[in-house]
Write a protein of this length. Sequence first.
Length: 252
Amino acid sequence: MTDKTGEAIPEPILEVSDLTVSYGKVEALHHVSLKVRPGEIVTVIGPNGAGKTTLLSAIMGVLPFGGGEVRYQGEVCRHIDIETMVAHGMTLVPEKRELFGEMNVEDNLLLGAFMRRRLGYRDEHQTLEKVYGIFPRLRERHRQTAGTLSGGERQMLAVGRALMAQPKILMLDEPSLGLAPLIVREIFRVIGDLRDMGVAILLVEQNARAALQVSDYGYVLETGEIALEGPSDQLEDDPKVVESYLGLGRKH
């Protein structure tokens, strides 16, 4: 497959087809489909309760899904445990960050390389230096316990720990939640830098403006279904998205 310029379009690293997830008799996701290609940022925006976190949890193997299919690197993923997904290059930074508050920053980071070490790799210290290069503040705080960090530093640590696994695709659940605007800008700058480093990113966000500005392609999830999709710059100008998610201040 090629694009309009004749360039070859890479095959998706992640492809979700007709995914359905239910909690008992309540259907949380209804026939959701999306694709993420290598070196691409794809965002899923939508209101609270739309099913965004459920979608990431099902892809990662945390939640079972009743119908549909998840393909990662061309292989169908069914009944595969989280450790296996991490070992194959898929990582998730959950909304609650789930750090070990009593451990220091560096030990939290090194835990992110645990699966690679179990597989026989011994490159965690080189990876640690790369993470410190991305987040210099973590180097400054490397002996500080995670529980004493600010909200922005905790988010940096959560992303840094995920990067220690050297992921091919990084899934982020509400990375801007509860952070000051200055820190939000820093987090989204790093997300853009990670794409330039070749990491594919699936970004779930309520901050629709920031998500669409940093991403290549977007999906709007409403009540468990994909309501809209398209290139992010087109979604930014879509009247429905402007009215529901961006508001009158979108140009600013």
